[in-house]
Write a protein that binds this ligand. Sequence first.
Ligand code: 15L
Length: 267
Amino acid sequence: MLVTGAAGRIGTVLRGGLPERGWALRSLDVVPLPDARPGEEQVVADVTDLAAMVEAVSGAAAVVHLAGVSGESTWAAVSHANIEGTYCVLEAARRAGVPRVVLASSNHATGFTPRPDAGLLREADALPRPDTYYGVSKVAMEALGSLYADRYGLDVVCLRIGSASPEPTTTRQLSTWLSPRDQVSLVDAALRAPSPGFAVVWGVSANTRAWWDLTAARALGYEPVDDAEPYAEALVEVHGEPDPVDPVHARVGGEFTLPSFDAEVDA
Ligand code: 15L
């Protein structure tokens, strides 16, 4: 199985956890891995290089595509790395006959979606509503995945990841945290689910304060084990109890929807 963005934040976690679950890894990044493990195959390549990607994915059972710009940046940087990069990954998988691609989408594809008055938010009720250029690139990622699933029959699972970090560090993350163990478990489920076709699921842990519905992710076989709640007391003491009308807590994308994320990065 090929992982792109293998040297990154989530890539490093997956490389630690997926081998224990039986996956042999081919790890791709633009930089050599500082911490390659025994038995780990390494490829140094850019995901926007289609010819290199066709070679890199050949013979793989699946691709987990994490590479790209992981937050807001200029349109030029985001569109090249994230949109062109995702196209190259999917097209390379199609040309090489790789049957499944797992895509690291993001909650920011739907960032301006408001929190429902009651109940949990299903993926189907969170239509594209990006909060940044980064969010637009994740909408494009999901659209490309849908195209390659419908037109070419690839299995494509899009993970709308919340906050993947070692531990929650803000009160928003009490709802959106995806723990390292659960990152491994979610990707493993996306790789193993029988014939998922095209699927879009939220990626968060079993957080007491979560308001994104995990029914679809659980249907793939995802069994989250972590909950951000043990961190709540300390975080609330420092930052205060979350104000439900504050956009940070009232919208999927939190801080990314604030005016501070206006496209000043292109100025
Ligand atoms: C993401 O998609 C980003 O990659 C990450 O840096 C965080 O901002 C995260 O979403 C989040 O919403 O917490």
